[in-house]
Design a protein around this ligand. Structure first.
Ligand code: NDP
Ligand code: 8X3
Length: 253
């Protein structure tokens, strides 16, 4: 295979799906990871047809270390020369004070946003090291820079992503692997529908009265980081809707 390869986790929706479109448009071959089989198949077929690229759609749960490892390591050798890893799969479940939070929700967030990201990174960084090249993009959040009421565990997972992003950059420096964090403010995706467990009305309200970011805005920022010259690394980028000053201050008029 001649063209570059990007591996994107959480490619069935929102930011990950927008990234899949953008990298496909740029001629990358794609490895797309998500849990929803049908959706992943539909997106992959659409992109393959539209951009004449090859895609490996991998149905995997990043929380499941054994399944994830078997599926990734089962890829043909030529697919293991990954140029760009976008660690995007992530979610929030619930928005409750610490004394009332559901511990199962906490497990899901920690297992997905922190441990899942680590499992994928360990495998893919080991593929990158022999080539002395590669770029890892970690999707953090404004929730990794601030904490807000009831955000407790989600914020903690994104603070962990912020720390891991810095740690990875240090550890992978001798291997010439770039590491970048992209931290979005509010982006209208399925994020709030997942946070509020399918309550679409409540999810819609989050973005009422101001213009949130689009998934495409974040994909554009990722592409900016990836397309810098070889000697440039974007360490960290915090991107907010113009109407959002901090995690909790949004101008609605
Ligand atoms: P979406 O809910 O629209 O997309 C999340 C994606 O992650 C889906 O493709 C989902 O696919 C996948 N995913 C979730 N859990 C798993 C899992 N266990 N294994 C594999 N894939 C999984 O949300 P966003 O696009 O908004 O979120 C993407 C990232 O951006 C997340 O890390 C989120 O924390 C972060 N973010 C979002 C912001 C926002 O306001 N929307 C702001 C800041 C950061 P499937 O269900 O098919 O597995
Ligand atoms: C998602 C954005 O504001 O809900 O990371 O934390 S927010």
């Amino acid at each position: 295979m001649n063209s570059k390869i990007a591996l994107i986790t959480g490619a069935t929706s929102g930011i990950g799906k927008a990234c899949a479109h953008l990298f496909a448009q740029q001629g990358y071959q794609l490895i797309l990871v998500a849990r929803r089989t049908q959706l992943l198949g539909e997106i992959s077929r659409h992109l393959e047809d539209k951009y004449a690229i090859d895609i490996q759609p991998l149905v995997a749960d990043v929380r499941n270390k054994e399944q994830l490892t078997a599926i990734l390591e089962g890829l043909p050798t030529e697919w293991k020369k990954v140029d760009v890893l976008v660690n995007n799969a992530g979610l929030s479940q619930g928005l409750d004070p610490i004394d009332k939070g559901d511990t199962d929700d906490w497990d899901v967030m920690i297992d997905t946003n922190v441990k899942g990201l680590l499992y994928v990174t360990k495998i893919v960084s080991n593929w990158m090291i022999p080539y002395k090249s590669g770029h890892i993009i970690n999707i953090g959040s404004i929730a990794g820079k601030e904490v807000y009421p009831n955000g407790n565990v989600y914020c903690a997972t994104k603070h962990a992503v912020d720390a891991l992003n810095k740690g990875m950059r240090v550890d992978l420096l001798p291997h010439h692997i770039k590491v970048t964090a992209i931290h979005p403010g509010m982006v209208e995706t399925e994020f709030s529908i997942v946070r509020f467990k399918g309550d679409e009305e409540r999810a819609k309200n989050v973005y009422k009265g101001f213009e949130p970011l689009l998934a495409q805005d974040i994909a554009d920022a990722i592409w900016f980081a990836v397309s810098r010259p070889a000697h440039v690394n974007i360490n960290d980028m915090l991107i907010m809707p113009a109407a959002q000053a901090t995690a909790t201050i949004t101008q609605k008029d």
